[in-house]
Design a protein around this ligand. Structure first.
Ligand code: ADP
Ligand code: MG
Length: 382
């Protein structure tokens, strides 16, 4: 790796509010300039308080994408710089966090009906290939992978056997750790795509497989994480170095607290856990937050779950990371909305150390040396 100290960058947090049709919208104070939002929970007389007594919660964000925000706007303000960074050799991650139904999939992948509803992944692919075409002095190699993590088990969404085999019969994606503490994923296929259409097709195949595999698990689709990864390799003509970076686009499991059901299916009480791997994500974020506040904390528990292991660089490591907190503004969802905002405030304190991922490429050195020998031979008329 070329010596580089890199630069510190806080994880950016953006709030995206889903429009709610015909549902009473909660009372909230929004200040776009300041990036602040204030949720107000009206208190019930039944709770022993005066009728109009309210409780206020204020939160600050890097940016707020209100209910009227459009997909292209979200891409421009949140994702564009991360995609451009990945093409320049910087790791990037964009992840959506929020309760089920708050717009994570709509934001990351998009709506299925209309072109204008395309989400961040198709827009990122479009920008990537148009940018690559402009940079004629570089040779780019772009590989794509698409993984789903459910119950701490990884599945390759681009495994062609999805069509014929059930989920249990597919090889599981497993993690291998090398001597340098780097994780490698086994059984996760990497696909080369040379144009936007090929890459979009991979996304489509993965999304279809996600839907097929969701059927036996039924509710599982909201309990699984999906990570779409672009691995970028860029070589500049006449140079011996290669830039290698990764761009992760992540659609996390629903952040809602799980409610325990009784035998007759009635909801009994809130189980004390959130989706287990999101619980581990919280623990990693809390540890990183404490570290950023100068508390002596040497251990960050990445290894507790597959998702935090895979996203290790994205959280407190070498990566430009953006979180999109998705919320609905419906009154009855306010508790979850506030809990999403609270989590986002913690994430906002996490600092990453971003570095240019450039290294000497032996194959380029050999190529150059071979050319030099050839030139010399020609000069000497050998
Ligand atoms: P999640 O993935 O968080 O469970 P979805 O992305 O599936 O939620 O969104 C739930 C529903 O709301 C979908 O029908 C989706 O198309 C719609 N939706 C979400 N966000 C928006 C938005 N910003 N504008 C219009 N429709 C949206
Ligand atoms: Mg979803």
């Amino acid at each position: 790796m070329v010596a580089s100290e890199g630069f510190q960058s806080r994880i950016e947090i953006h709030l995206r509010m889903r429009p709610v049709n015909g549902v009473a919208v909660a009372d909230y104070g929004l200040d776009h300039e300041e990036g602040t939002v204030e949720w107000v929970i009206p208190r019930q007389a039944a709770a022993g308080m005066h009728n109009h007594q309210r409780e206020k919660y204020s939160f600050s964000f890097t940016g707020i994408l209100g209910t009227e925000s459009k997909q292209d706007e979200v891409f421009d303000s949140v994702a564009k710089k991360v995609v451009m960074g990945a093409l320049d050799g910087y790791n990037g991650t964009i992840f959506a966090y929020g309760q089920t139904g708050s717009g994570k999939t709509y934001t990351i992948t998009g709506g299925t009906e209309r072109y204008v509803d395309r989400g961040l992944i198709p827009r990122a692919l479009s920008l990537t290939f148009s940018e690559v075409a402009k940079r004629s002095e570089y040779t780019y190699q772009l590989h794509f992978s698409y993984m789903e993590i459910y119950n701490e088990t990884g599945y390759d969404l681009l495994n062609p056997d999805h069509e014929t085999k059930s989920l249990e019969d597919l090889p599981k994606v497993t993690m291998l750790e090398d001597e340098d503490n780097c994780f490698h994923l086994k059984n996760l296929s990497q696909h080369l795509a040379t144009n936007e259409e090929e890459a979009l097709n991979l996304l489509f195949v993965g999304d279809t497989n996600r839907m097929i595999s969701a059927t036996p698990m039924n509710l599982a689709s909201s309990r699984s994480h999906c990570i779409f990864t672009v691995t970028v390799e860029a070589r500049k003509a006449g140079e011996d170095t290669v830039r290698k970076s990764k761009l992760h686009l992540v659609d996390l499991a629903g952040s809602e607290r799980v409610w325990k059901k009784g035998i007759d299916g009635q909801i009994l009480k809130e189980a004390k856990y959130i989706n287990l791997s999101l619980h581990y994500l919280e623990q990693v974020i809390i540890a990183l937050q404490e570290r950023s506040q100068g508390k002596p904390r040497h251990h960050i528990p990445y290894r507790n779950s597959m998702m935090t292991s895979v996203l290790r660089d994205s959280l407190g490591g070498n990566c430009l990371t953006v979180m999109i907190a998705t919320v609905t503004v419906a009154q009855e969802q306010l508790e979850e909305t506030i809990s999403t905002c609270r989590f986002a405030q913690r994430v906002a304190l996490v600092s990453n150390q971003v570095m240019l991922n450039e290294e000497v490429d032996p194959s380029m050195v050999i190529k150059r040396l071979k050319q030099e020998i050839k030139d010399l031979k020609e000069e000497l008329h050998l």
